[in-house]
Design a protein around this ligand. Structure first.
Ligand SMILES: Cc1cc2nc3c(=O)[nH]c(=O)nc-3n(C[C@H](O)[C@H](O)[C@H](O)COP(=O)(O)O)c2cc1C
Length: 376
């Protein structure tokens, strides 16, 4: 191994004492490849197995904790015990290759396509529709307080299923505009009850999910079960999340006894748009400063070459995640480890779908979205 990359291959202890074999984890990536009934397919198992040999931890695609939380076609479900055997197959495929298996748990809220949700009953914090690519989604129905409690419980139930299925941990998906983020956002959350109205109250749902997940782990798991939390630092809407809001959330999360925090960024070195004084300092720098070593942070975003990874690691994050790069080159980690970093592929080879074990629906999504994955 090239001396320059040695630090990436040192082991790392998470807050709960679990040791990771190196500093590189696989970012969660939805693959649209499960059966219509939410059960797991062989293609998914191959996809995970192919990518779990080098990294220390694999975070799965997000899985919906209630039937009305499904946000994608071909998503694998975690809202009933009947899904445990399939969830176990995914965990086993990852663990067999030597990585820790982390199940990402989520609810799509207003981002769910109505045709995927029972009776098309799209729910959210408030009746603010999703906007994406200039299109306005169906107006969601604001959840009642009793329904909010049920969804909090559902995150707990999904965690219990993850424990029973043999996962090493769960990641609470509070990022990318889904339900948890909808509650935290001043744009999406217009409530005036205990779940909205002030920044503090907008944090009530995210923090209640964390407390529920932790209490379920205490009851059914043990101290080695990992729990992480993912968040997106900013939203573009006028009253949306600002970097300042996120620093308040992160401060609260850092006191929750989580094993890691995971920021969601498409560019590792991106800078804040608003809410903080110095807009030239990176979001990662702000986050590390606020966290102040209380909990590990996973950094992510357009890390393709070994040099990109070294530079990202140098900024002080203890762990980095690779997403698209592991689609393009599932052997990335082994290549760096063996001193073959010049052999890393950074543009998707359109002739190698089979070799790369990328399921058809994910492959089609990539091919139909030029510019998303390098090489396409
Ligand atoms: C195909 C695809 C699916 C994704 N699905 C998820 C997901 O289920 N959950 C999530 O938190 N992020 C998801 N993301 C975002 C990635 O985890 C990651 O943050 C993003 O791709 C930036 O990292 P990268 O530049 O290493 O790809 C997805 C990204 C891609 C490319």
């Amino acid at each position: 191994m090239n001396e320059k990359y040695k630090e990436l291959f040192t082991s790392y202890k998470l807050a709960n004492g679990v040791a990771l074999k190196n500093r590189i984890v696989m970012a969660p990536m939805t693959h649209w490849s499960s059966n219509v009934d939410g059960t797991v397919t062989d293609a998914e198992i191959q996809y995970y197995g192919r990518r779990s040999k080098g990294v220390s931890m694999v975070i799965t695609a997000c899985t919906h904790v209630t039937a009305n939380g499904q946000g994608f076609h071909g998503q694998f479900a975690s809202h009933s015990d009947e899904f445990i055997p399939g969830l176990k197959r995914v965990a086993d495929a990852i663990k067999e290759q030597g990585a820790k298996a982390i199940l990402q748990i989520y609810h799509g809220g207003k981002m769910s396509p109505p045709e995927l949700v029972p009776n098309g009953d799209i729910v959210s914090a408030s009746d603010v529709p999703a906007e994406s690519n200039g299109e306005t989604g169906k107006t969601p129905r604001p959840l009642t307080e009793a329904e909010i409690e049920e969804i909090i419980d559902a995150y707990g139930e999904a965690t219990r299923r993850a424990i029973e299925a043999g996962y090493d941990g769960v990641e609470i998906h509070g990022a990318n505009g889904y339900l948890i983020q909808q509650f935290f956002s001043g744009h999406s959350n217009r409530r005036e009850d205990r779940f909205g109205g002030t920044l503090e109250k907008r944090m009530a749902f995210p923090l209640a999910v964390v407390d529920k997940v932790k209490s379920v782990i205490e009851k059914y798991g043990d101290a080695s079960f990992i729990v992480g939390y993912r968040f997106s630092p900013e939203e573009p809407e006028e009253n949306g999340i600002t970097m300042a809001d996120t620093l308040v959330l992160v401060d609260a999360l850092a006191e929750k006894g989580l094993d890691y925090l995971h920021v969601s960024l498409t560019d590792y070195s991106s800078t804040p748009h608003r809410g903080v004084e110095d807009l030239s300092k990176t979001r990662i720098e702000y986050l590390l400063e606020k966290i102040n070593n209380r909990v590990p942070l996973i950094g992510v975003g357009s890390i393709y070459s070994a040099e990109d990874a070294r530079k990202a690691f140098e900024t002080g994050v203890p762990l980095i995640a690779l997403g698209r790069e592991l689609l393009i080159d599932p052997d990335w980690v082994q290549k760096v480890e063996e001193g073959n970093e010049e052999k890393i592929v950074t543009l998707l080879d359109k002739d190698k779908q089979e070799e790369l074990a990328i399921p058809d629906p994910l492959w089609k999504a990539i091919m139909n979205t030029p510019g998303w994955v390098p090489g396409v």
